[in-house]
Structures are given as C-alpha cells and as structure tokens.
Design a binder for this molecule. Sequence first.
Ligand SMILES: [Fe+2]
Length: 251
Amino acid sequence: MVLDYESVRAPRKGMDMPPGLHAYIAGRIWLCSYPVKYLGMELTARMTVIRLEDGRLILHSPCEIDDHLRHALVELGEVACIVAPGTFHHLHVPSAQAAFPEAETFICPGIEGKRPDLHFDGLLGDIAPAAWAGQLEQVLVRGNRRIWEVAFFHRQTRTLILVDLIEKFTDATPKVDWKLKLWWKLVFHMWNTAKPAPEYQLGWSDRKAARASLLRILQWDFERVIPAHGDIVEADGRKAVENARRNILAG
Ligand SMILES: [Fe+2]
C-alpha cells in the first residue's frame, strides 16, 4: 500500500476551510493552509510561496489552485517554479501545473516512483537549480526508508522551509483532528514538542546519512522554521532542529 495524503474538498463541521493566502513576511513569503486527510485523520498542510529577487514566485508544496487563488498569485508575480519538496507532498502538483503551465516543476527523489503520471522538469538534490541559486539553499534529507524531503533555507529572511522533518502540534494549534491528537499525544509523544513526523521516527535506516543531512541544515543561519503541518517555529528554530537531531541520535 502506498501511503499518501488524500484531498479534502468539502468543509466539514468543526473543520472549516482554513484561511487562504496570506502574507507571512512582507514582499517575500506567503502561506496558504489547506485540508488533507491521512489514514482517516484530517489535518492541514501548508503551501509556502516564495518571491525571488526578480519577482518570480516558487510554489512550495502547492495546494489546489482554484481561479480565486490563481488570480491572487498572479497579482504577486509570475509563478516560475512548482516544488514538490517531499515524498508525501505532491498531491496538488497537477493542479498547480494546470494553473501555471509555463512553470517548471521540481520534485523530491522518490516521487517519480509513487507518481509515474507526474510530469516534472528536474529532481531536487543538494545543489540549487539555476532558477533559485544564491537565494535558496537546499539539502536532501537522507537516511530514511519511508520518507524523503528536501529542506530549503531562504537566506534573505533566515527561514528554514520544511515539510515533515519538524512537526509541532500544540494546545494552540487550530483545527486538530481528535484522532491525530490522540496518536500524537499517547503513541508518538510529540504533543507540544517539535519532532520529526512519525514516518521519520519509524523509518530511520541510515543514521550516519541522516546525521550528515541534519548537520548540513544546522550550518544555516536560520531563526524561524515553516513546516507543512502544525505550528510555525517563530524563534529559536535551530533549537527545534537540534532537538530533532538528538532524537535521531538517541533512537
Ligand atoms: Fe506532510
């Protein structure tokens, strides 16, 4: 069985559609939360929109792009790149490609096997493609048999952009499914604390490679961390990643 997020289209009672695109760092980064379903649990995922220095946009882990959102993005700039940054974060790439057919698509290694239907222009690795070289740095997080992702560092705003390497669900996190809360609290012990997603915790197979990836991430001078789920780490992001590293080393 291939595990993946499922699309959630209709708002449900108690799980209203999250707010749309909003500015996170003026002129540089916008965010958009969207609902997904995973193993019967509903949760939100997060698209990050990054504006490059020449005004072009990157859609990182895109949500479904309807006409309203497409117009909002066009107002911000030319969508030049669509990024599927993790092996669990490719669901709405076709929607983004349909909305922005001129954009280039880059995917995390592993997606091409899960989604042979997906057209893409390049595989992501440790070297930034020309489209964003010098503005975003990246590391392919290795060493896990279940899940891969590419971590990005936006140098100008000192922001680390992840999908699943850090998840932080807390009492303040809005719209948390009770089943997820139960699992995260009682089984994975990751409530109110930032940890790698359970798929990471259950799947480390090459700790040396994992450690090397995390050490490379920790060389970046970031302050905040934007993960795809749960709370944003607004400050001391390095500490959150260091704690994640400690879990890997100790496990
Ligand atoms: Fe995820």
